[in-house]
Ligand binder design. Structure first.
Ligand code: GUN
Length: 301
């Protein structure tokens, strides 16, 4: 393998250790950072993610308030839960795990969370402020984590052509906004490709940095990767594998082995972007708690 591995697990552990120090300093000042976690229904993947997030909070000294309504909760009742967390002074951040069951309106729920408690960075106020260059706006954890991973390779993003495959509200779209910012770890020239892009390979081959977030197992083949690229694989997909004890294995959106023969840097799956998502969420939560001490005006994000 030619590429060097970007060790998200180790980098995330370093960030979590820093977060734990910050949380403990805050606790000494009388504020225990608190995260409200809402998981609607029993989607197995969401249950795993939420368990990982709450466990990481405990380790970092962040208190969690877990609320797990049944899948058939009404929109009104879910909004009431958000209202209650908004009003709770011990809850500094709120996370409503997505996706929600189909009958619920995700946008309305996201917009109900106070921007200053929106540690997921999904509220349009935070997205808008981020797009306009406000460094204090909360940023979605996954793209913020990807930026951190790229920074730690030492590869300068300034003026580089970054190709993002995927335009989701959670990853691709905010990723493009972040990498366009006038700041270290950004200042890039960004192309966003998606399911309607024609001749995808001709685009991905231009990426000095290639970020893939589509949720399709190994969709980006090795020969679609530019020589010397930094490859960030956001996908985590289960594929059947009877040879394993669990009957499946996890693969990314990039054909790892072949891509690693062409890239200079690559993230593994698992152990790449995934752990960073959790670390950045914790970091945002401690920031939200810190701001309550600094007396940020209501509505400031
Ligand atoms: N579902 C997938 N990723 C995320 C995330 O970062 N936050 C929330 N709330 N839901 C998700």
């Amino acid at each position: 393998m030619r590429a060097k591995l970007i060790d998200g697990k180790r980098i995330a552990a370093d960030i979590r250790a820093d977060v734990a120090k910050d949380a403990s300093a805050l606790a000494a000042e009388g504020v225990t950072p608190g995260l409200g976690v809402v998981l609607v229904g029993g989607d197995p993947a969401s249950q795993v993610y939420v368990r990982m997030k709450t466990r990481a909070c405990e380790e970092a000294g962040i208190a969690t308030r877990d609320i797990k309504p049944d899948a058939d909760i009404t929109q009104e009742d879910l909004l009431s839960i958000v209202d209650e967390l908004n009003a709770d002074p011990d809850t500094h951040g709120i996370l409503v795990q997505l996706p929600l069951p189909k009958h619920l309106n995700e946008r309305e729920v996201t917009e109900r969370i106070l921007p200053e408690k929106d540690v997921d960075g999904f509220h349009p106020v935070n997205q808008g402020r981020m797009a306009q260059g406000d460094r204090d706006a909360f940023r979605p954890a996954t793209p913020a984590g990807v930026q951190e991973l790229i920074k730690r390779t030492g590869v300068d993003t300034t003026g580089k052509h970054v190709v993002i495959v995927g335009r989701s509200n959670i990853v691709g779209m905010p990723m493009s906004t972040i990498l366009l910012q006038k700041e270290p770890g950004a200042n890039a020239t960004v192309t966003v490709a998606h399911s309607r892009t024609k001749d995808l390979a001709s685009i991905t081959l231009q990426g000095e940095i290639l970020i893939v977030a589509v949720g399709v197992p190994e969709m980006v083949k090795g020969d679609m990767v530019r020589e010397g690229a930094v490859v960030i694989d956001v996908g985590v997909n289960r594929v059947d594998d009877p040879s394993t004890e669990r009957g499946y294995r996890l693969v990314g959106d990039v054909e790892f082995e072949a891509a690693a023969e062409r890239a200079d840097w690559i993230t593994p799956v698992p152990g790449g972007v995934g752990p960073m998502t959790i670390a950045m969420l914790l970091s945002n939560t401690v920031r939200a708690a810190r701001r309550t001490l600094e007396g940020a005006p209501a509505g400031a994000a």
